[in-house]
Design a protein around this ligand. Structure first.
Ligand SMILES: [Ca+2]
Ligand SMILES: [Ca+2]
Ligand SMILES: [Ca+2]
Length: 157
């Protein structure tokens, strides 16, 4: 797994978990980091904005998800077992806090179940991508097919 892929996996999972956690569980208050060019959400935005035009298109988001799927599918079977899905670890920022790590693993397990829409215990590429398309649609609040920083930031911290 390349560094870029790990970064993307972190982007995508932090997106999901950050959105799912109650506001009180988030480490920073509203507006934190907004003026800092190195705010974590900005780094995640930049990772997904592969052509650096300041918006994340659905194609960019889906391409990132596709890379992550390929990297997670350790045996190249075309689908993910729960073990393959859970094996991807988060970035170092999670390592120092066992409670948050446990919460994230629990969120990941829940997300795997949500992804496995036909209930066969595996997340097919189709199921995986459908989940990420739902995620993109949730971020793209005005439905124009582009996620701008304000939309992205609304679901990140
Ligand atoms: Ca872009
Ligand atoms: Ca399935
Ligand atoms: Ca939009």
């Amino acid at each position: 797994m390349t560094f870029k892929t790990i970064a993307l996996a972190t982007v995508l999972f932090v997106t999901a978990v950050g959105a799912a956690l109650p506001a009180g569980a988030q480490p920073m208050g509203p507006g934190w980091g907004g003026g800092r060019p190195d705010a974590p959400w900005r780094e995640r935005f930049a990772t997904l904005d592969t052509n650096h035009d300041g918006v994340i298109t659905k194609a960019e988001f889906v391409a990132g998800a596709g890379d992550v799927f390929a990297a997670m599918d350790a045996d190249s079977s075309g689908d993910l077992t729960k073990d393959e899905f859970m094996a991807v670890r988060m970035g170092p920022q999670w390592g120092g806090n066992p409670d948050r790590m446990a919460a994230m693993q629990a969120q990941k397990a829940g997300r795997f179940s949500a992804m496995d829409t036909n209930g066969d215990g595996r997340a097919s590429r189709t199921e995986f991508m459908a989940e990420h398309e739902r995620e993109f649609a949730a971020m793209d609040r005005n439905g124009d097919g582009r996620v701008i920083p304000a939309e992205f930031r609304g679901r990140h911290w």
